[in-house]
Design a protein around this ligand. Structure first.
Ligand SMILES: [Zn+2]
Ligand SMILES: [Zn+2]
Length: 341
């Protein structure tokens, strides 16, 4: 089968690779749609921290935001999955350690991460494997685009849950990338007054078409403002934004950190303590996957507009380098259809 293989930093090509075979407890998936994100770009360039920490190595098989159909099961007990449309958790906890046993498999120290960590081949391929215990069925009436947005959706939903919004609360989402825009949509679904801060006018315009009431250029937010929002969700890769988030939050408000910068982002904890602010960190979609599927299935959130284009495996390296097709729409997310030649 064909798969995208990243052979060394900034070098990727479509290669013919061995067909995966489902072991007991695993499902073989025909991949129908894959999203690419900032994590993939950092893995491709070699900048992602896991390279330095020894958690990931070239050659790399990327892809962790995906949807597809089960074509085979490695265990007779799992035959009922065959034909089901699914997505899967990225965080494959060991299932045995303390962390897993207490329900936090997404931060298991022994985990694989699909397409990211410790060599579990990702979804940028015609087929892939997922342990059955990490597969999630997706109703057929959910669009394929939305199905492949369940992973970023689960991240965004967790960020919104951590913001503890109530109807009428004013929330600021910093960042107009995929996570930021999806978080804005989930916050709108909660009845909040939603503000989005970003730098790209196209993304801010898209946020407004999604129903966001107010958009801000980041420079205007940084300009001496304070104590304006019940909650701030920080979803940028800008190392100055975590401190600004605390400044912009009202006393006794909440700050949610889901963005990661490539350099240390410094926060003065006195600013958190003296305002009695609750600060929460979010890693991964895992506890939000089921909720994201439910919101997409009910129509409470329609995430499809965040996708700008659907490309082939061979076009992925150019997208990692920041190029976009001439017909690309304004959304931040690029999707891949591995069946395209
Ligand atoms: Zn991602
Ligand atoms: Zn574990």
């Amino acid at each position: 089968m064909r798969a995208l293989v990243v052979t060394s930093p900034r070098n990727a090509e479509v290669q013919e690779v061995p067909e995966p075979i489902a072991a007991p407890g695993q499902l073989l998936i025909d991949v129908e749609r894959v999203g690419i994100c900032g994590t993939d770009v950092e893995l491709y360039t070699g900048e992602m921290a896991y390279h330095e920490q020894g958690h990931t190595h070239f050659p790399l098989r990327l892809g962790h935001e995906w949807a597809g159909r089960v074509v085979a099961a490695g265990s007779p007990d799992d035959e009922s999955w065959v034909g089901t449309r699914v997505t899967g958790d990225t965080m494959l906890g060991c299932g045995h350690c303390d962390v897993c046993q207490t329900g936090h498999h997404h931060v298991c120290p022994h985990r694989f991460e699909v397409g990211i960590r410790d060599g579990w081949a990702g979804a940028l391929a015609e087929r892939m494997l997922i342990p059955t215990r990490f597969a999630y069925a997706i109703p057929d009436h959910v669009s394929l685009t939305a199905a492949a947005l369940v992973e970023p959706g689960g991240n965004s939903l967790r960020a919104v849950r951590a913001a503890a919004l109530e109807p009428g609360h004013r929330v600021l989402v910093l960042g107009s990338g995929t996570i930021g825009l999806l978080a804005a949509q989930f916050a709108l679904a909660e009845g909040a007054e939603v503000h989005v801060g970003g730098v790209r006018e196209g993304s801010l315009a898209l946020a407004r078409t999604l129903g966001v009431q107010h958009t801000w250029h980041l420079d205007d937010l940084a300009d001496g403002r304070a104590n304006e929002f019940d909650a701030v969700i920080e979803a940028t890769s800008n190392d100055r934004m975590p401190a600004l988030s605390v400044q912009l939050t009202k006393p006794a408000g909440r700050v949610v950190y889901i963005g990661l910068s490539s350099t240390p982002s410094l926060v003065d904890t006195r600013d958190i303590a003296l305002k009695d602010v609750t600060a929460v960190g979010i890693l991964s979609a895992s506890p939000g996957l089921a909720g994201a599927i439910a919101s997409f299935a009910s129509g409470a959130v329609v995430p499809d507009p965040v996708v700008s284009e659907v490309v082939s495996l061979a076009e992925v390296p150019s997208r990692f380098e920041g190029q976009r097709g001439v017909d690309a729409r304004p959304g931040p997310k690029v999707h891949v259809d591995p069946s395209l030649a």
